[in-house]
Design a protein around this ligand. Structure first.
Ligand code: ISE
Length: 305
């Protein structure tokens, strides 16, 4: 049995706890430990799961074989580094870390260790719709039209979070769909919705170009009100394909299949000693695109990655 420790029992951590329990028979894994800085949040865990007041103690515990990090973005680097120190395979929710330098420190630590233990939670790679889009025999991709709409953003979300928290998925998905790197980003600021927090520019339109010349336009709109609506249309030489998914309430229901598949595949990799999903290098690549998008947002000019 693979014994999993979960750090962070907020929206995503609690959802992952439920999913891990639901797939336990398939994966042969069970959650044996949880940590959250708010003890009340640990109450969502069944009574037989050990509560840790300290995330580092959970990581070092002999009762834990692998770690899932779903705590605040700012804590990801320290917990991932501790997992590497302890030799624990780790699935870290996106972003790997909020800055490129922190991602580089994680990659350097993993290189010193001499083996890959870090998986990043870019779950769209496991979504059946995106897999169909990627596998469709349409020839070379020319354009991608990406739409990423949240029903509502947390109050006080700054404009940069539309990029760091939301568009980051599009950047990884575009890299994964095309097999290219993203080389430039141009950020455009349309008229903002009156439902955005004071001063936040929402929606944004980002236009990125990849190494093979694919151009993708990304709408990120985090106060769309009507629902959670993620769309992607692939325009290729021999045809067009899109996700065709109806709007949902939020990412947990819209990507429920993807999260199950991601956790199942992660745990399969834990057993065989491999990283099967997005790597720490993918985490750094996505963060570098975020940094370029934020530069473009601030300068009003396209930015190279
Ligand atoms: C959130 O953090 C997620 O990761 C969701 O997948 C994304 O759709 C949402 O925009 C983010 O805020």
């Amino acid at each position: 049995v693979t014994r999993v420790g979960v750090i962070g029992l907020g929206v995503m951590g609690a959802d992952h706890l439920r999913t891990l329990s639901a797939i336990a028979e398939v994966t042969g894994a069970e959650v044996t430990a949880v940590h959250d800085i708010d003890p009340a949040r640990m109450e969502v865990a069944p009574g037989n799961i050990k509560r840790y007041g300290d995330g580092f103690a959970l990581i070092g515990s002999p009762d834990v074989d692998a770690v899932l990090i779903a705590s605040a973005d700012a804590t990801h680097e320290e917990f991932v580094l501790a997992c590497l120190d302890a030799g624990r395979p780790v699935l870290c929710e996106k972003p790997l870390a909020p800055t490129a330098d922190a991602c580089r420190r994680i990659i350097a630590a993993q290189e010193r260790l001499g083996r890959e233990l870090v998986t990043v939670g870019f779950m769209r790679r496991y979504d059946p719709g995106y897999l169909r889009l990627k596998e469709a025999d349409l020839g070379a991709t020319l354009l991608l039209h990406c739409r990423h709409r949240n029903a509502a953003s947390p109050p006080g979300w700054p404009t940069e979070y539309l990029i760091i928290s939301s568009a980051v998925h599009e950047f990884d998905t575009i890299r994964w769909l095309t097999g290219d790197e993203i080389v430039s980003v141009a950020a455009y600021v349309p008229r903002s919705t009156s439902y955005a927090s004071g001063g936040t520019s929402d929606p944004l339109l980002l236009v990125v170009r990849t190494t093979s010349g694919v151009v993708a336009d990304i709408e990120v709109f985090v106060n769309a009100r009507y629902g959670y609506d993620v769309r992607c249309e692939r325009v290729a030489e021999r045809g067009v394909a899109d996700l065709g998914s109806p709007p949902g309430t939020d990412w947990r229901d819209r990507f429920a299949d993807a999260y199950r598949a991601e956790l199942t595949d992660w745990l399969a990799g834990v057993r065989t000693g491999e990283v099967r999903g997005a790597t720490a290098g993918d985490g750094l690549a996505a963060q570098l695109v975020c940094d370029a998008a934020i530069r473009s947002l601030h300068t009003g000019k396209p930015a190279d990655v």
